[in-house]
Design a protein around this ligand. Structure first.
Ligand code: F6R
Length: 366
C-alpha cells in the first residue's frame, strides 16, 4: 500500500506533481491558457460585490491560507484576514457585509474549523470551502466547494494536501483579479501558461532527494532550527517549521525576517541552523542582510532559492534550489525541499514518521 516507499509521508511527497496536476486540470484550459468557468464558484457580479475575504483554517491549512492572503491582496486588491479557526470561534469575531469566507480543510472534519464556518455563516458570510474530502461536513455545509484532488492523505503530516490547497488559491486569486479588472486577458494568459509548468517543476524538485538526505545526515542532531522569510517566504517558513517540529521533534520557529532584530536574534548562537527562504525578488536583499546578521553570530546557514540565484549563494553555507518560476508560484515548489528535510531529519532520528507522538490526522475534538 505504500507503493515501495518506507512511509506514507515520503510517498505522498512524491505524489505532489500528480496532486498539483489533478487539482489544476479541472480549472485551466491548456490550449487557450484561460481559467475554465464551469467550476469557478463566483460570477463576475459576485466577485465585484466582495468587500473583503476572511480565511479560516487550522495548522497547515492555515499556512496555505496565509499564502492565499498574500495572493488575493497583491493580485485582486481585496483586504484579507486569515484567522486560526479556534481563535475566530471564541473571539466574538466581526464579519462585515460582503465578506467572502474561505474555509480550508483537508479532511473537512476539523472540529474548530467546522465551528468557525458555522459562526461565519450565522453572521451572513458566503462560505466557499476548499477541501480534499468529498461529502465531508465542511463540503456539505459550505455554500460552494472547490475540491483539491490530492487523493487520500494518510500520513499525519500534511504535504500533498498543502500544495493542492495553494494551487486552488493560486487559481482563485487570478480568477478574482481578472474578474475585477485587475488582470488583463494577456496577463492571465501568461499566468496560466506558467502555472501549467508547475507540476513538472515539482517533479524536478524531487530529484534533490539524495542531496537533502545527505544534509539531514549531517544536521539531524540540531536542538533548534530557525526559519526566516518575508512575504510569501514567511508563509512558507511557517509551514516548513511546522513540518520539521511535528515529525522530527526538533524545536523550530519561523520568523518574519524583519522581526529578527526585535528579539529573536538573541537566540542565535554558534551552530544554530538558520534556514532562509529567499524566493521573492522584491525582498531578497532584505532577507540576505538578515542572513549576514545570523552568520556573523556563528549560525549555520541554509537557503532555498530559485535556480540561477546569485545573491543568496554568496552568503550561505548550503543552498537548495528549485526551478525558476514566477515569484507568486514559489510556495508550491519551495515547500517540497522543506518537507523532504523534515522527513529525512526525522528518519535519521528514528521517529515514527507517519504517526508522530500526540498527533491525530483529523482533529475532530476541540
Ligand atoms: C500538519 C497537519 C495539521 C492539519 C490541521 C488541519 O501537518 O496536518 O496541522 O493541517 O489539523 O486539518 P484539516 O486540513 O483536515 O482541517
Amino acid at each position: 500500500e505504500k507503493g515501495g516507499y518506507a512511509h506514507f509521508m515520503i510517498k505522498e511527497i512524491h505524489e505532489q506533481p500528480a496532486a498539483l496536476r489533478d487539482t489544476m486540470s479541472p480549472h485551466v484550459d491548456p490550449e487557450n491558457y484561460t481559467i475554465r468557468q464551469q467550476e469557478m464558484p463566483l460570477t463576475r457580479e459576485q466577485v465585484e460585490d466582495i468587500a473583503g475575504i476572511t480565511i479560516l483554517a487550522c495548522g497547515t491549512a492555515y499556512h496555505a491560507g496565509m499564502v492565499g492572503k498574500w495572493l488575493f491582496e497583491a493580485m485582486a486588491r481585496i483586504p484579507v484576514e486569515v484567522d486560526i479557526a479556534s481563535e475566530f470561534r471564541y473571539r466574538d469575531p466581526i464579519i462585515r457585509p460582503g465578506t467572502l469566507c474561505i474555509i480550508i480543510s483537508q479532511s473537512g472534519e476539523t472540529a474548530d474549523t467546522i465551528a468557525a464556518m458555522r459562526e461565519a455563516k450565522r453572521q451572513g458570510a458566503r462560505i466557499l470551502a476548499i477541501t480534499n474530502v468529498v461529502g465531508s461536513t465542511i463540503a456539505r455545509e459550505a455554500d460552494q466547494v472547490i475540491y483539491t484532488w490530492a487523493g487520500p492523505e494518510i500520513a499525519v503530516a500534511s504535504t500533498k494536501a498543502y500544495v493542492s490547497q495553494v494551487m486552488v488559491l493560486t487559481i482563485l486569486a487570478a480568477d478574482i483579479a481578472h474578474k475585477r479588472g485587475r488582470m488583463s486577458d494577456e496577463e492571465l494568459r501568461d499566468y496560466v501558461k506558467e502555472l501549467l509548468t508547475i507540476p513538472d517543476k515539482a517533479a524536478k524538485v524531487l530529484e534533490m532527494n539524495s542531496e537533502i538526505q545527505r544534509f539531514a545526515h549531517k544536521h539531524f542532531d540540531k536542538r533548534s532550527v530557525f526559519y526566516l522569510g518575508r512575504g510569501l517566504d514567511y508563509a512558507l517558513a511557517l509551514e516548513a517549521s511546522l513540518k520539521l517540529k511535528e515529525i522530527s521533534y526538533i524545536h523550530s520557529e519561523a520568523y518574519a525576517a524583519g522581526e529578527l532584530k526585535h528579539g529573536t536574534i538573541a537566540l542565535i548562537e554558534p551552530g544554530t541552523l538558520v534556514v532562509s527562504l529567499v524566493t521573492q525578488s522584491k525582498v531578497i536583499e532584505k532577507t540576505i542582510s538578515n542572513i549576514i546578521e545570523v552568520k556573523v553570530r556563528g549560525a549555520e546557514t541554509l537557503a532555498v532559492a530559485f535556480e540561477g540565484d546569485t545573491k543568496a549563494r554568496e552568503e550561505v553555507k548550503y543552498l537548495f534550489t528549485v526551478p525558476k518560476t514566477s515569484d507568486l508560484f514559489a510556495p508550491m515548489l519551495a515547500i517540497i525541499p522543506m518537507q523532504m528535510l523534515a522527513y529525512y531529519m526525522a528518519l535519521e532520528k528514528g521517529c515514527d514518521i507517519d504517526k508522530p507522538r500526540n498527533l491525530a490526522k483529523s482533529v475532530t475534538v476541540e
